[in-house]
Design a protein around this ligand. Structure first.
Ligand SMILES: C[S@@+](CC[C@H](N)C(=O)[O-])C[C@H]1O[C@@H](n2cnc3c(N)ncnc32)[C@H](O)[C@@H]1O
Length: 243
């Protein structure tokens, strides 16, 4: 009898908790996603959703030819979308260096690492002429939509070359509008673009062997999740550190 009464109280308690708790849960469910300052799995996922249609992210990552256990760097990592994908590819035995120079990127990267519990990602604050990566250890380096920002590109490329193992691979993907390609580098930077032929020369001059350039890699389509101000195609280049 005593036992039944206790059980009834427990059940009543659970019902009260459910009554109080459900509006709170409903409130949580209806919280709008915050794309500008992501702090939850939902915020990040909403921002990440456009990567496949507008950057062919899976094909782009395949160009790195990574294996589980590899070490890889995401240079100019921004909000860390690619760092997270890389963490999944190299797995728990591998390591991702998620590098950027801006304080806002550091905040986004650290929040993403915490939110998704990315144990194999190390956030690195680099300098404009040094990504501060370990020497001779990386299987690959990825630079997406950031190469045009590298004003100290020669110093950056030389450091990236020496961070790679001999035979290691650099994949660069960036934007360029054909009509803008003859403009000076600084003008292209203002448009957030870079001519792939200029990038090829710079990457070659740093000691890399450019083995492939797909131009365009993604053809711009109106309305396909692309928030860039200008209508621009994306190119993709693969270069290796000679053995
Ligand atoms: C357009 S965002 C691209 C971010 C990311 N790769 C992506 O695809 O989402 C460009 C990033 O490059 C970073 N950046 C600019 N100059 C840099 C440098 N010298 N070294 C590393 N990152 C740099 C910026 O802080 C910014 O986060």
């Amino acid at each position: 009898m005593k036992m039944n009464r206790r059980l009834a109280w427990v059940c009543r308690g659970l019902m009260v908790l459910a009554t109080i708790g459900s509006p709170l849960l409903a409130f949580q469910d209806s919280r709008p996603v915050n794309l500008g300052n992501p702090s939850t799995v939902e915020d990040f996922k909403a921002g990440d959703a456009s990567r496949e249609p507008y950057q062919k992210a899976t094909d782009l990552l395949a160009a790195l030819q990574l294996s589980p256990g590899d070490w890889v760097a995401d240079v100019g990592a921004g909000g860390g979308y690619y760092s997270m994908r890389l963490a999944d590819i190299v797995g728990p035995e591998g390591k991702v260096f998620s590098e950027d120079i801006s304080d806002s990127a550091m905040r986004w990267l650290n929040t993403r690492v915490r939110t998704f519990n990315l144990r194999n990602v190390e956030v690195v604050k680099g300098d404009s002429d040094d990504p501060k990566l370990p020497a001779g250890r990386l299987a690959a380096v990825l630079i997406v939509d950031s190469y045009h920002h590298l004003t100290n590109h020669q110093a950056m490329l030389e450091k990236i070359l020496h961070a790679l193992k001999p035979g290691g691979c650099l994949v660069v993907a960036d934007y360029s509008f054909t009509e803008h390609r003859s403009r000076p580098r600084a003008d292209q930077l203002k448009l957030h673009e870079i001519d792939p032929e200029l990038a090829r020369k710079e990457i070659g001059a740093a000691g890399f062997e450019v083995v492939k350039c797909e131009d365009p890699f993604v053809k711009w389509k109106p309305g396909v999740g692309n928030t860039r101000a200008s209508a621009t195609d994306m190119w993709l280049m693969v270069a290796v550190r000679p053995k």
